[in-house]
Write a protein that binds this ligand. Structure first.
Ligand code: MRU
Length: 344
């Protein structure tokens, strides 16, 4: 990617402002943990792995802010900040995963002074960011092996470099297959209501020169029915212990149609997206976002005042519709309760 999704420089987290793409390439500067929480909530930065890494830097920024406090006060203020960061978006488990990793480090440094803890937190946030790119590349290698030469791939939402620290999950597999010379073609769902497919996935695909066609979400059904799609690759925000997978709204519908026409349907996600603590998808909290995302397009009202709006940002794809889950540790196959438990 020509543009980095995030970069931490001189105490500031620079986030490529994804609300403005593709027209404007501009960085949002998060100087405090509250700025980071705002950026996640407002979707300046989005995508499960990206918000996890951003939150880790948020924890560090909070630690810097409370650096001068006595140890106990430092710890309680930091916990308060972490709660605010964790609440900025509820569905993607990577957010909690990253914050908990930072918290474990604080707990492990119990006997150290605050300065040492703060320095260690920066290193941990940097490690989380670095590992994310390595993890994505490992997933891409496992996933690429499943992509036939000349395949046409359907994808939903944005799962690329923009949704991660770099490279991407489902779009990372697509990238890898393209660079492996597989002559693939991509159909990208526009992904209503926020248009991550049109604004972000199309941006990445065009930038990389990967042959791609943008479609309205409702076009996917006829492509799947007519045998135009060889496989579907999507990302995930939270995967339950039985393989049920929360991802961008519309993924469930795609999975039903893919199952109906026996088109392979793969989830591409790091192990950090698996919530081992929940038995199935019914335990996943689904974020509901502002009605404005439907009543307005770029600030222009497109629905009458007074209309009721239902705007869940995610849905849950039942494990029965999933052919495989591509992780950095290999491809998980059904029965997922067993293949997921084996990761532990
Ligand atoms: O609401 P968003 O844009 O954060 O939703 C993103 C998705 O649903 C992605 O598919 C998911 O986070 C995986 S990204 C690698």
């Amino acid at each position: 990617m020509k543009h980095e999704t995030m970069a931490f420089k001189a105490g500031v987290l620079h986030l490529l402002d994804q609300r403005k793409l593709p027209e404007i390439v501009e960085y949002f500067q998060a100087r405090t943990y509250k700025d980071v929480a705002f950026a996640i909530g407002e979707m300046v930065v989005r995508g499960a792995p990206a918000i996890g890494a951003a939150a880790a830097y948020g924890v560090y920024l909070a630690a810097v802010e409370f650096n001068d406090l006595p140890k106990q006060e430092f710890q309680s203020k930091l916990q308060e900040a972490n709660r605010l960061l964790a609440a900025s978006r509820p569905t993607a488990v990577n957010l909690n995963w990253a914050i908990q990793r930072m918290e474990r480090l604080v707990a492990a440094q119990k006997t150290e002074n605050v300065d040492t803890v703060v320095a260690a937190l920066l290193k941990e946030a940097e490690r989380i960011a670095r590992e994310d790119v390595e993890t994505n590349k490992a997933m891409a290698r496992h996933g690429e092996a499943l992509v036939p030469h000349g395949a046409t791939i359907l994808t939903h939402c944005n799962t690329g470099a923009l949704a991660t620290v770099g490279w991407g999950t489902a779009l990372g597999v697509i990238r890898q297959a393209h660079y492996a010379g597989k002559r693939i073609r991509v159909y990208a769902d526009e992904t209503r209501p926020r248009l991550q497919g049109a604004n972000l996935t199309a941006f990445e695909l065009v930038e990389e020169g990967i042959p791609a066609t943008l479609i309205a979400d409702s076009v996917a059904a006829i492509l799947l029915r007519d045998g135009k799609i060889d496989l579907v690759l999507v990302g995930a925000d939270r995967i339950a212990a039985n393989g049920d997978t929360a991802n961008k709204i519309g993924t469930y519908m795609l999975s039903e149609i893919a199952a109906r026409f026996a088109v392979p349907f793969y989830i591409v996600a790091p192990v950090s997206t698996i919530d081992f603590a929940i038995p199935d998808g019914s335990y996943i909290e689904i974020e509901e976002r502002s009605p404005q995302e439907l009543t307005h397009i770029r600030g222009v009202r497109v629905a009458p005042e007074g209309i009721k709006v239902y705007n869940p940002a995610f849905d849950v794809t039942p494990h029965a519709n999933i052919t495989g889950i591509i992780t950095e540790r290999g491809v998980l196959r059904p029965p997922f309760d067993r293949s997921i438990a084996a990761l532990l």
